[in-house]
Ligand binder design. Structure first.
Ligand code: UDP
Ligand code: MG
Length: 318
């Protein structure tokens, strides 16, 4: 039997989501039944240790619109999504969303409208978050910092919840980088991108699966994959230190020859210590520049992506 190709996929990573699973299936099925679009779901089990994988299996066997992919262990959200992206079969686009219903699947129609207007990436921008104040503040600060220091224009307050076109998925699947920060890669790919504001709901059931450790790792991947700022910072602090030590030396020399009142030997030691501290920082910064270049070479991202080509064909009659 030939595989029926849906217009859209919905891609959902699941890690120990037994508490929310039933409600998730109810909402997804309702959306798909009501929609004129042909939609199929790809669920990725990220090594769950509860009943999630059994529930997924049952769902996929009962309803052909649901594909379940099971990972061999817990690889983390970004890699679960990466795995899922390699199973995308939709002809048009993919909606990426969390399994805890914080990202309402009902928005698929609204995102699709934007896609139809020619946007390859339609990303959700959180108008509001129903989370505790500390978490909100941490997120806000992180996104603000990332936007400030990144070499890319990564939009504020947008996560992985988005609809991406088939060609963007194909590009992502080509990108072999190990440390994956999908929302950054998505920005890097380009084309027309647009943000759609939405209210981020509360998790419908179960506890958050992102631990503090996993969140920090994600933040580090964002910063170190999409910013040169830390290395530039080292170099600049080094340069400032060198300049500072030289100013100190000149001031002391002026004091000595104009007023003749400086302690013997002290200046030389202080100047040399500070000066060499600066020289070492600059040296580390220079090594950093090489490491950045090796890092990008090893990542082997495409150098550019062509959107389209126009070439006037020569028409020859007869
Ligand atoms: N998730 C996953 N692997 C993990 C952690 C989370 O697949 O190691 C999934 C999780 O099941 C959910 C989504 O990623 O569908 C977002 O996780 P969570 O709701 O815990 O993140 P938060 O909303 O707190 O950022
Ligand atoms: Mg969540």
């Amino acid at each position: 039997m030939p595989e029926t190709i849906p217009q859209l996929n919905m891609l959902i990573p699941l890690y120990n989501e037994e508490d929310v699973f039933e409600e998730l299936m109810r909402r997804l099925t309702a959306v798909m039944d009501a929609s004129k679009l042909s939609i199929s779901v790809i669920m990725v089990d990220d090594g769950s240790r509860d009943q999630t994988s059994i529930l997924m299996k049952r769902q996929s066997l009962a309803d052909a619109r649901f594909t379940s992919v099971f990972l061999s262990r817990n690889f983390g959200h970004q890699l679960a999504l990466t795995a899922g992206l390699s199973y995308v079969n939709a002809s048009e686009a993919v909606l990426i969303l969390d399994g805890d219903l914080q990202d309402p699947p009902e928005l698929v129609e609204e995102f699709y409208e934007q896609y139809k207007l020619g946007y390859d990436v339609v990303y959700a921008v959180r108008k509001t978050r129903k989370e505790n104040a500390l978490k909100k503040l941490t997120y806000k600060t992180f996104y603000w910092l990332l936007k400030k220091i990144s070499y890319l224009d990564i939009p504020l307050d947008s996560g992985d919840f988005s609809m991406v076109s088939r060609r963007v998925v194909d590009e992502m699947n080509q990108m072999g980088e190990q440390s994956r920060f999908l929302r950054g890669m998505r920005s890097w790919i380009g084309y027309q991108q647009i943000g759609v504001p939405y209210d981020r709901d509360e998790r419908q059931a179960g506890a958050p699966k992102y631990t503090i450790g996993k969140l920090i790792e994600l933040a580090f991947n964002g910063i170190f994959n999409f910013s040169f700022f830390p290395v530039k910072l080292i170099t600049n602090v080094g340069l400032l230190t060198i300049v500072g030590s030289l100013i100190y030396l000149i001031m002391t020399l002026v004091k000595k020859y104009a007023f003749g009142q400086v302690p013997e030997g002290f200046t030389a030691i202080i100047t040399v210590i500070i000066l060499f501290g600066g020289v070492q920082l600059v040296s580390i910064g220079i090594l950093g520049e090489y490491i950045i270049r090796i890092f990008f070479q090893v990542k082997n991202r495409p150098l550019f992506i062509v959107k389209n080509i126009i070439h006037q064909q020569q028409i020859t009659d007869g």
